[in-house]
Design a protein around this ligand. Structure first.
Ligand SMILES: Cc1cc2nc3c(=O)[nH]c(=O)nc-3n(C[C@H](O)[C@H](O)[C@H](O)COP(=O)(O)OP(=O)(O)OC[C@H]3O[C@@H](n4cnc5c(N)ncnc54)[C@H](O)[C@@H]3O)c2cc1C
Length: 627
């Protein structure tokens, strides 16, 4: 048996599945009640919840490694160092017409916990109206009122005396997933490694930006995760544990106690290649198992499901697996010689992602930002502080403050009306929901080929805005009939003129904010070298033309990696893939539980929504097994 770190986690398919040669001998089949494909954000939640019932057996299959003992993924601020590493699938989009033919890198987690193990850890329940929109789109039972108990069930929020206005009764306090206010500035957490005058210096710039938000007309919101709505500027909460380490869905839900359950098998380094079906004359095809392998050329194994196969492979691989298994547009499948099991044209379609405007940089006065950590001595001290005290900048969110705003907010309109001629349509999920998120990092950096590259020798703030409600809609299509060939990812960023118009407004707002007090006084406007790097931030906003800004956005926009809806939920099999109980239309024994099943894009950060969806799905599955 191939063992990894914990005896409960296996990595050799022979230990949990049957060789393909045994397929005709049912007595030799390895069978489970539930097979979960993908040990990512949703998959770990489901494995943990379904195996609570000791009378059912659960197999969780993950293509990547175990999270156990993986040190770099536990350091919150180091998450960008995980890009293009062994725990990143490292996808690339097709050349994007709306972005001057650029291809962009899409990181996704290849490890237990999936993308929750490599993400930026922002905990966000998004806008309550997002889920009421889901209901309107046909996802009956997924309104905010329906979903809220599952947000609470998952969360273990750590109340903080520093944030007394957060109402604890609006949070979960007993769930497995730890959420915390970021601790880098908490005096209670200072330690031996806090050299006097050293630790607190980046706080002023972030506080100053929040004060500036109020000054320009964006009110402070004490808790953007409350049912009272998400609009406003805020200090974000992180999926970070009491020790200053990442809390992923794997660390939260696959604890040592859960892994000891005799009815749960967790397999890593094992890739599901396709879903197996049984056909009968008078019934829908039934998913009865999966085929697994360790590499393109190694032997194939099969595991069989008495109950259900549940796809949790994420927004890219869930549709890819459906397609290679024969579920998708029959025309497309036939072109690749794939036998059609069910014609479902929406598989891989309706893809939505969040794009940012690109980095708007401002030089600051010296030594009030995190740029100092580029110096080796400061970097080492920060690391030791995280290691021994679980605090300091490495225990923090990179984006620990942000603002959720509307592009039609009349209090803000003067900032874009001064010179813009663009109009925007309301694409929000409701009158109290945002369509832009402004955020900022207390350091200067750029992106080179998908990797974050700090700018050494200067001090500054990097701002950007995310387009939360894009109209541009993309797709994921097969490159071949093999799961080992990455699919074609075409998000079609900025193909809608409305999206780029919202981006222009957001960029103008950022440029105006920087010129408002008190932030203006902390910025260094004197230097003129390297004007491209600081453009458009270094230019008087009233002199920025819409055309120049649009060109800059198309050249510099980057996604923030929130793709959803490629196997979306709904009632109509022509426009959706799964029904409101997450069952694939027209197939028995097959569900999808991950971000691909979102009916529409949320106006915020999706990870908490994926976890709440998985919590609700576990209950739906338990109820349907008992009927
Ligand atoms: C860099 C980055 C930063 C982000 N920051 C935030 C943030 O701060 N806050 C937030 O809310 N959201 C954030 N997100 C988005 C969020 O993390 C994801 O939306 C969410 O984690 C997706 O969960 P999922 O279950 O759909 O998929 P995943 O978590 O990606 O799970 C899919 C799993 O399936 C496995 N798998 C794939 N193919 C196979 C196969 N054939 N066989 C077996 N296993 C397979 C994968 O290895 C993976 O473990 C970020 C994303 C990225 C990439």
């Amino acid at each position: 048996m191939g063992l990894t770190y914990s005896s409960a986690i296996v990595s050799d398919p022979a230990a949990f599945a049957s060789p393909v040669d045994d397929a005709s001998d049912k007595d030799r089949w390895r069978e489970y009640d539930y097979i979960i494909v993908g040990g990512g954000t949703a998959g770990c939640v489901l494995a943990s919840r379904l195996s609570e019932d000791r009378n059912v057996t659960v197999l969780l299959i993950e293509a990547g490694k175990s999270y156990e003992g993986d040190f770099p993924t536990r350091i919150p601020l180091a998450y960008t160092k995980l890009f293009k590493s062994e725990v990143d699938w490292d996808y690339v989009t097709t050349p994007q017409n709306g972005m001057n033919s650029r291809r962009v890198h899409w990181p996704r987690g290849k490890i237990l916990g999936g993308t929750s193990t490599i993400n930026a850890m922002i905990y966000h329940r998004c806008a309550p109206e997002d889920f009421d929109e889901w209901e309107r789109l046909g996802a009956t039972g997924w309104s905010y009122a329906d979903l809220r108990p599952y947000f609470d069930k998952a969360e273990r929020y750590a109340p903080s005396t520093l944030y007394p206005q957060v109402r604890v009764e609006e949070h979960g306090l007993k769930g497995p997933w730890q959420t915390n206010h970021t601790t880098e500035f908490a005096v209670s957490r200072l330690s031996l490694f806090d050299i006097p005058t050293y630790t607190m210096r980046s706080k002023p710039i972030l506080d100053t930006i929040l004060n500036t938000c109020e000054e320009v007309g964006i009110p402070y919101n004490h808790d953007v995760n409350s049912p009272r709505g998400t609009i406003g500027a805020t200090r974000l909460v992180g999926c970070i544990d009491d020790g200053g380490r990442r809390s992923s869905s794997a660390t939260a839900y696959l604890t040592a106690d859960v892994l000891k359950r005799p009815n749960l098998t967790v397999a890593v380094h094992s890739t599901v290649e396709r879903i197996l079906f049984a056909h009968s004359a008078n019934a829908n095809p039934r998913a009865v198992g999966v085929e697994i392998s360790k590499s393109k050329t190694s032997p194939r194994y099969r595991a069989y499901a008495r109950g259900e196969v549940i796809l949790c492979a994420g927004t890219i691989v869930t549709p890819q697996l459906l397609l290679v298994s024969g579920i998708g547009s029959s025309d497309d499948l036939r072109k690749l010689d794939i036998e059609v099991v069910r014609d479902l044209p929406a598989v891989g379609r309706n893809l939505k992602d969040h794009l940012t405007t690109g980095p708007v940089r401002f030089r600051t006065k010296a030594d009030i930002t995190w740029d100092r950590y580029n110096q080796p001595l400061h970097g080492v001290i920060a690391f030791l502080r995280w290691l021994f005290a679980g605090s300091g900048p490495l225990s923090a969110l990179g984006t620990s403050t942000a603002a959720f705003v509307r592009s039609d907010d009349p209090k803000l309109s003067r900032y874009w009306e001064e010179s813009t001629k663009t109009t925007v349509r309301d694409a929000t999920s409701g009158p109290s929901a945002p369509d832009m998120e402004l955020f900022w990092f207390p350091l200067l950096f750029g992106m080179e080929d998908g990797v974050v590259v700090p700018t050494s020798g200067s001090y500054g703030v990097t701002m950007a805005a995310s387009l939360l409600r894009p109209e541009s809609t993309g797709q994921i299509i097969l490159a071949s009939r093999s799961i080992w060939d990455k699919p074609v990812i075409d998000p079609r960023y900025l193909e809608s003129e409305n999206d780029i118009n919202v981006a222009v407004r957001a960029t103008r707002l950022l440029c105006r904010m920087a010129r408002a007090e008190p932030l203006n006084s902390l910025l260094d406007w004197t230097t003129t070298e390297d004007t491209d790097y600081f453009w458009p931030g270094n230019t008087d906003p009233s002199e920025l033309s819409d055309d120049a800004l649009k060109q800059w956005i198309r050249d510099n926009a980057n996604p923030i990696f929130h793709p959803v809806a490629s196997a979306r939920m709904g009632k109509d099999p022509q426009t959706s893939v799964v029904d409101p109980e997450l069952r694939v239309h027209g197939i028995a024994g097959l569900r999808v539980v991950d971000a691909s099943a979102f009916p529409a894009q949320v106006s915020g950060h999706p990870c908490a929504v994926v976890v709440a969806m998985a919590e609700k799905a576990a209950e739906l599955i338990k109820v349907s097994a008992s009927q």
